[in-house]
Design a protein around this ligand. Structure first.
Ligand SMILES: *Cc1c(COP(=O)(O)O)cnc(C)c1O
Length: 395
């Protein structure tokens, strides 16, 4: 019997019921937060309360939080600083004009640095090992006095591997470089503290932590050079123009408040479900590989590769059974490209095609896990039965 099971929480999360309540109530707060009258002040108060919640959740101070339209916007903003036209806020001081990043970043980082490369900046890409961990020797060899900015994600969205950001940031700081981390996938799943991580910039997104879509934030440490991407009004202390998304920001604040209350208790439960899934899949299905670091990994993320089965076929069969997961590959304009993250871990091209990402969330139960474990073996068997190359290899 089919039942709806959502296990694609790294793509987006369902609204927390209390966030939903906050959003419904905030629909009627229509004042412009910049207006001085009562309606404006009510809206302003909402925005500032949310800023306090988000800041507290990250261990930052409220004036270090800039609300933005998405995690993608926050990442684009950070990378745009290195080409800021005003010398005063440019990070590219004294010939330091190199950017260091990793090969497994989110597309909004990789596409942005590609654009900087086209504009003449030097970008150094650090490789990862088979578990998705930054190659430390290589990192140490590319970070130098010429480095202006390092951007390395905290947790990877496809395989869940968590980087030792504190150490990486320390090395960058030794050379006077600024350090940014895309923490979108980590914040709300594992504890994140900007002081502990010692980062200069940190990106978050509300819809990955049971908040609404279309709202994110960039943490900019006090005293760090900054340059806005979106210019205009004085909103966000001149750091991001445009009338504040009062509704989205209210929901974001509530989401942060709820995560602060619930996240810790949830972690062991997520971990247990993930382990049950991983062991169950290994026991029931031959020729599988699990990609991701065995210990330094998000408790909710499981990336599995099945030899001789296309990820897209697995996804569609599971969807028929009511189960929502995603593939490790991004579907670009009809052509199915294998995931750059899986390829970076050294997984062969043909295997990278056979991967699915299962990402758990607060609404999942052990019954969901059992249902997936009951469904998946039959799906893989059917797909493999149609694969001539798999049959030949098995014979
Ligand atoms: C989802 C995601 C983003 C983009 O956030 P949006 O708010 O959807 O633009 C950036 N980085 C990572 C790691 C993500 O998982």
């Amino acid at each position: 019997m089919s039942r709806p099971v959502y296990m694609d929480n790294n793509a987006t999360t369902p609204l927390h019921p209390q966030v939903r309540e906050t959003l419904v109530e905030a629909l009627d707060i229509f004042g412009n937060p910049s207006s001085l009258h009562g309606l404006g002040r009510t809206a302003r108060q909402r925005v500032e309360e949310a800023r306090q919640e988000v800041a507290a959740f990250l261990g930052a101070s409220p004036d270090e939080i800039i609300f933005m339209g998405s995690g993608s916007e926050a990442n684009n903003t950070v990378l745009s600083i290195v080409t800021c036209p005003s010398g005063a806020c440019s990070l590219a001081a004294d010939g330091a004009n190199e950017i260091v990043t990793s090969t497994i970043e989110h597309p909004c980082i990789l596409e942005s640095v590609k654009c900087l490369e086209e504009r003449g900046l030097t970008v150094r890409y650090v490789n990862v090992d088979s578990d998705g961990k930054i190659d430390l020797d290589e990192y140490k060899s590319v970070v130098s006095e010429r480095t202006s900015l390092v951007s390395v994600m905290l947790a990877n969205n496809e395989i869940g591997t968590i980087q030792d950001v504190r150490m990486l940031a320390g090395i960058a700081h030794e050379y006077g470089a600024q350090f940014h981390t895309d923490a979108v996938q980590a914040v709300g799943t594992v504890p994140v503290d900007v002081r502990e991580l010692d980062v200069d910039f940190l990106t978050v997104s509300a819809h990955k932590m049971y908040g609404p879509k279309g709202v994110g934030a960039l943490m900019v440490r006090k005293g760090v050079p900054f340059c806005p991407l979106i210019r205009g009004g004085h909103q966000e202390k001149g750091r991001r123009a445009g009338t504040e998304n009062t509704l989205g920001i209210s929901g974001f604040g509530k989401a942060a408040e709820m995560r602060a209350l619930e996240m810790k208790a949830e972690e062991p439960r997520l971990r247990e479900m993930r382990e049950r899934l991983r062991d169950g899949i290994r026991d029931r299905i031959p020729d599988v590989r699990i990609v991701g670091h065995p210990t330094d990994c998000l408790p909710n993320t499981l990336n599995v590769t099945f030899d001789g089965a296309e990820g897209e076929s697995i996804l569609l069969y599971l969807d028929l059974a009511g189960i929502a997961v995603s593939t490790g590959s991004a579907c670009a304009s009809g052509s199915l490209e294998p995931s750059h993250v899986l390829l970076a871990t050294g997984l062969p091209m043909e295997c990278a095609h056979g991967s699915i990402r299962i990402s758990l969330g607060r609404e999942n139960t052990m019954d969901d896990v059992t249902y997936v474990l009951d469904t998946l073996p039959g799906v893989i068997e059917r797909i493999r039965a149609m694969s001539t190359t798999y049959q030949r290899r098995a014979a």
